[in-house]
Design a protein around this ligand. Structure first.
Ligand code: 9WN
Length: 434
């Protein structure tokens, strides 16, 4: 299995960056690259650093790390391509980059990747890798500073997302916010994803895509300027999952501070963002349901849905013993991993008890290995090693039975879904195999 996983990374390797998948996602994606770097770290720590260095070469002057870097080149098919975003023409923040990018971002898994790379660096390579971490560190801090300021002007400790593509595209968490958008058609377009995959039931609908594309047009109109976006944009969500990854990422940068020779000022900022994030997530915890709830900035309403994101305190390695116990109980309750219909006790993207649940449809039900990897990491650090190890074993069993390193899986049958030979699935497999 290790050899097969390594072969997927090698086949998707473009030299200095890795395609998220061979056909469906033939460019460099931000959080995919972070997981991919963790996979590479098991094969070659230098190649792992290269992955991140090339991603951060496309960092905007605001500090934002864009969600896609269109490194595959103009002839490589992906919809929507760079012309829909038009970033370098509308904002100086996106000029002078090695390749065109999108104008939004994804959860900041990158610091977790750098920490993993450092942990896996063999003694003879420590000098080289330490120097490369030191060189990258200021870019990582500036990325985090962007999230803590541009994406949280209220200094609330929660990151605001602007688009469903900032991580979990068609999660039912966004349904109400999208329903409020009465779009004129965003203009004619042809989707490539449904033809590439051959089964539309595994992908977002055209209704979703109309809104996704309309939101891109709006962001472009605001010139991707956070102040303008905050003032006018219709989709602004305090995303607890994104915020939880940010908490874990701040902790990872603090752990790397000595290796990176971080300044006192940076250490202080990282500690502040970490504490503020944890406290904010703790306030979003709903004792009645045991879930941590996202928050719609436009309506002021909490988003009450049973999805993987509700476990944000666990993902953020909560220090609140009461919340941790409640979340662990909920995790294995009938609404989540304790549902007897599940093939394996793995966390589905949406609870099967939720009316919006669809077992084949992307973020509306299927099990995603990377989400279970993040949970595994968190539970390991929270000293829940038995449950963490179970997640690892079941995840490997699921990926192995699926046969081709699928993007996501049917929670009831374990059938592989989405893109085959998905790089981040292969990457977390390598990490789980050790
Ligand atoms: C849009 C690459 C990406 C992941 C996202 C996942 C999916 C893209 C798409 O694929 O999104 O960014 O075309 O559906 O939702 O999390 O980074 O693997």
């Amino acid at each position: 299995m290790r050899d097969q996983a390594a072969a997927v990374l090698h086949a998707n390797d473009a030299g200095t960056w890795t395609k998220a998948s061979p056909h469906l996602y033939p460019h460099q994606w931000s959080w995919d690259s972070a997981f991919i770097a963790i996979g590479w770290a098991h094969l070659d720590v230098g190649r792992a650093m290269t992955e991140l260095e090339h991603l951060f070469a496309a960092q905007w002057s605001t500090g934002m790390v864009p969600h896609i870097v269109f490194r595959g080149g103009p002839g490589v098919p992906y919809f929507p391509g760079p012309e829909w975003w038009n970033c370098a023409n509308v904002t100086p923040a996106a000029r002078g980059l090695p390749a065109p990018t999108t104008g939004i971002c994804q959860p900041p898994v990158h610091a977790l990747a750098v920490l993993r790379i450092w942990q896996l660096t063999p003694q003879p390579r420590q000098r080289e890798i330490r120097a490369r971490i030191q060189a990258l560190f200021p870019r990582l801090v500036s990325w985090h500073r962007y999230l803590a300021t541009g994406r949280d002007p209220e200094a609330s400790g929660l990151v605001t997302t602007y688009h469903p593509w900032e991580g979990t595209d068609n999660s039912p968490r966004w349904d109400r916010a999208l329903e409020r958008i009465k779009v004129a058609k965003p203009g004619p377009y042809t989707r490539l994803d449904v033809t590439a995959l051959g089964d539309p039931s595994q992908r977002p609908t055209d209704w979703d895509y109309d809104r996704f594309l309309w939101l891109v047009q709006q962001l472009r109109k605001y010139r991707y300027d956070d102040v303008q976006i905050y003032r006018h944009h219709r989709f602004l969500i305090k995303d607890v999952f994104f915020s939880a990854v940010f908490v874990a990422a701040n902790a990872a940068l603090l752990e790397l501070a000595d290796v990176a020779g971080a300044s006192d000022g940076d250490r202080c900022d990282l500690a502040c963002w970490l504490d503020r994030g944890r406290a904010a997530l703790s306030r979003r915890f709903d004792a009645k349901s045991g879930l941590c709830l996202d928050y719609d900035v436009r309506t002021g309403e909490p988003i009450r849905l049973r999805t993987f994101a509700g476990f944000a305190p666990l993902f953020a390695r909560t220090t609140d013993a009461g919340q941790r116990a409640a979340q662990l109980r909920l995790l294995d309750s009938a609404g989540f991993c304790g549902d007897p219909k599940l093939r394996w006790r793995l966390l589905p993207s949406t609870s099967p008890a939720e009316p919006a649940f669809e077992r084949h449809n992307y973020w509306r039900g299927p099990v995603w290995p990377i989400i279970n990897w993040l949970l595994w990491q968190a539970l390991t650090e929270l000293d829940c090693s038995a449950r963490a190890d179970e997640l690892r074993r079941y995840s490997l069993a699921q990926i192995s039975a699926g046969g081709h390193f699928a993007e996501y899986f049917d929670p009831f049958t374990g059938d592989p879904l989405g893109s085959p030979r998905q790089s981040w699935t292969a990457a977390v497999t390598l990490d789980w195999l050790g």
